[in-house]
Design a protein around this ligand. Structure first.
Ligand code: G3P
Length: 221
């Protein structure tokens, strides 16, 4: 499973790039707004220059002509940009138009297997089931990821990749990997949590302590 970073924060993306484990970025209007009143195009272009992989950027329009016009404009911003289009009838039609033009679509705000099926049939490059938001309303968000993966696997012609999105904690990430999701897009805080374990920290401290007891207070070789 690949990891994307779910943020529009340039410093966080730079750090993810330094770690060498981030192969894409997903943003949405809420995440971009968190960065203040920015120049959207410049921000997206900067992110696209930091991460060579797919960078998802969402349209604001709710109608088909608006979505298509915005997506065509966004697609010109960088070669690795992917346009996020919300699920639904309008989004499906827009996805179909854009896919035919070779514009990569991330079919977002997906909350059912049927929506994921439409994403694939319309030609979306990615589908983003929102795990945490389903958990929030008492459903099992990860079972949606499992079901989409299972259905897609039955049809080898489907090339749409599953991005487990709305990830809230490392357990979500683990479950997405077990489910066979192609990608999980994780918030920065979750990325940091994934690397940490109290026993790793305690183990390092004890090794250094043992070393210093014998070698003296020398902290490098
Ligand atoms: O990738 C989608 C994500 O940004 C939504 O996450 O936590 O707002 O449900 P959340």
């Amino acid at each position: 499973m690949r990891l994307f970073l779910d943020t529009a924060n340039v410093e966080h993306i730079k750090y993810g790039a330094r770690l060498g484990i981030i192969s894409g970025v997903t943003t949405n209007p809420s995440l971009v707004s968190k960065e203040g009143k920015v120049n959207y195009k410049k921000l997206v272009q900067e992110i696209c220059s930091i991460i060579p992989g797919p960078v998802s950027t969402e349209v604001i329009s709710q109608d088909v002509p608006g979505m298509v016009t915005e997506a065509r404009e966004i697609a010109k911003w960088a070669s690795n940009v992917v346009v996020k289009i919300p699920a639904g009838l309008e989004g499906t039609e827009a996805t179909h138009i854009l896919a035919k033009e070779g514009i990569k679509v991330n079919y977002t705000l997906c909350f059912s297997v049927n929506q994921a099926l439409l994403a694939a049939l319309a030609g979306a490059a990615y589908v983003s089931p929102f795990v945490g938001r389903l958990d929030d309303i008492g459903e099992n968000g990860m079972s949606l990821v499992e079901d989409i993966v299972q259905v897609y696997r039955q049809y080898p012609d489907i090339k749409t990749e599953v991005i487990a999105a709305s990830i809230r904690h490392p357990q979500h990430c683990l479950a997405a990997a077990k489910a066979g999701s192609h990608i999980a897009t994780v918030p920065y805080a979750v990325l940091l949590q994934m690397a940490k374990h109290p026993l790793t920290e305690a183990g390092c401290a004890r090794f250094l302590d043992d070393w210093c007891k014998v070698m003296g207070n020398v902290k490098n070789i």
